[in-house]
Design a protein around this ligand. Structure first.
Ligand code: SF4
Ligand code: SF4
Length: 401
């Protein structure tokens, strides 16, 4: 068993840069004041949903939401434009400071698991946004899905800010703030509800519809509409059904898609070329849609990558019941036990190997282990910003190799 790890050099090279000399993109004296939804915001919503895989950066720096004072909460998020607008909309009616970190215009989940939202970016944002001059405390709230990339103890060591992880969803922020910054289980778990499923199907299917229908319109106009309909139907099926079906899932979705495709061509009285496209298109599209891209799909658990053989192991001898793992796990894999006080893995089967629990455990009580006995220790996970959802570049061999 071997797994490659990617070394996040930016993070390590920029260590100890609390007093970063990078010029703040928004200076301390000019934070932007939120006025709720800005005009035209919804105009950006559609292209940003369809082309969500592309970065959409907005200016990093400090935003003022409502009428915050020197004791108001400080929240931190990424500089993905859609996220910032949604967070500000969700916070309408609250009085808070919002620090937007420079995460290359990438959303929280992808940026933290891909090395763009790590300890360095958070420290930089806190030190350069001007928030330190505006509040008299040093406590900030991160989105829970940043737990894969941000080492909160390291942030505290480098610049004195105490970080905690808020809810997964921006919409839960008002309740979280109202409840004294306490999370219940519903705020911790990724729900992947119908709206999210629809958005993801648009994100993955939308560009496919545009590309295929556009090409067909040029080369063979009568293919354009059927191909667009097929891509949309497949994308919706994958994101609404795939993770709810038992194996063989690809067959269960692929066969009806193939039948639909051939029926459409027969109905349109297509020739041989049309029948060839009718066979290739649904199979190719299905392969693309069910391929796993760094945990950004709901189907990571069905991955054909070797990483699925790795799982999280909890060393109960080391566990001291700090429960950071419960706080950050987006799949609610752990439960709290009081006597003796420790975490218990009650739903290990749900684990998506994001590594957040390993990164945040102060006792190094969690690690990745493979079926062949290989282990990846917490230090390695933190050093290489490793999760088992993406591209790696360093070999980890079996024990005693
Ligand atoms: S974070 Fe670590 S020490 Fe704390 S409960 Fe979880 S496994 Fe135990
Ligand atoms: S148990 Fe799995 S899903 Fe939960 S935080 Fe750890 S690695 Fe992520």
């Amino acid at each position: 068993m071997s797994v490659e790890l990617s070394d996040n050099r930016d993070e390590r090279e920029d260590r100890d840069s609390c007093d970063s000399s990078e010029s703040p993109e928004r200076s301390a004296g000019s934070p932007e004041r939120s006025a709720g939804s800005r005009p035209g915001g919804w105009l950006r919503e559609v292209p940003q949903t369809v082309f969500r895989m592309a970065p959409w950066p907005t200016e990093a720096g400090l935003r003022i939401v409502g009428e915050p004072d020197r004791d108001s909460p400080v929240l931190v998020t990424c500089n993905y434009d859609l996220t910032v607008r949604r967070v500000m909309n969700a916070l309408a009616g609250s009085d808070v400071w919002l620090v937007v970190a420079p995460t290359a215009g990438i959303n929280v989940w992808c940026a933290s698991s891909g090395g763009h939202m790590g300890t360095h970016q958070i420290v930089t944002a806190l030190k350069t946004s001007g928030v330190e001059e505006r509040v008299r405390h040093r406590r900030a709230i991160l989105p829970q899905l940043a737990a894969t990339g941000v080492e909160v103890r390291e942030v505290s060591k480098r610049c004195g800010w105490k970080m905690r992880f808020g809810p997964v969803y921006a919409n839960d922020l008002p309740r979280y703030l109202r409840d004294g910054q306490k999370k219940d289980a519903t705020m911790r778990r990724v729900r992947f509800d119908p709206i999210e499923r629809f958005e993801m199907s648009v994100t993955w299917g939308g560009p496919g519809v545009l590309i295929l229908a556009g090409l067909a319109a040029i080369l063979h106009p009568s293919f354009a509409l059927p191909l667009a309909a097929l891509t949309a139907a497949l994308s919706l099926s994958v994101f609404f059904l795939y993770d709810r079906l038992r194996e063989p899932r690809r067959v269960l979705i692929g066969v009806p898609a193939l039948v639909l495709s051939l029926t459409l061509v027969a109905w349109a009285d297509g020739g041989t070329a049309a029948f060839v496209v009718a066979v290739i298109a649904p199979l190719g599209l299905l392969a693309l849609l069910t391929f796993d891209f760094s945990g950004s799909t709901p189907i990571e658990g069905g991955s054909h990558f070797a990483e699925r053989d790795w799982s999280i192991v909890l060393d109960s001898e080391r566990c001291r019941g700090v429960f950071s793992c419960l706080d950050v796990c987006p799949e609610d894999c752990f439960e709290r036990q009081e006597e003796p006080r420790l975490a218990v893995q009650t739903h290990a089967e749900r684990c998506i190997r994001c590594g957040a629990c390993v990164v945040q455990c102060p006792q190094d009580a969690l690690y990745f282990a493979a079926n062949d006995g290989a282990r990846i220790e917490p230090d390695t996970i933190r050093r290489f910003k490793l999760n088992l959802m993406g591209k790696r570049a360093v070999e980890i061999g079996p024990p005693d190799a």
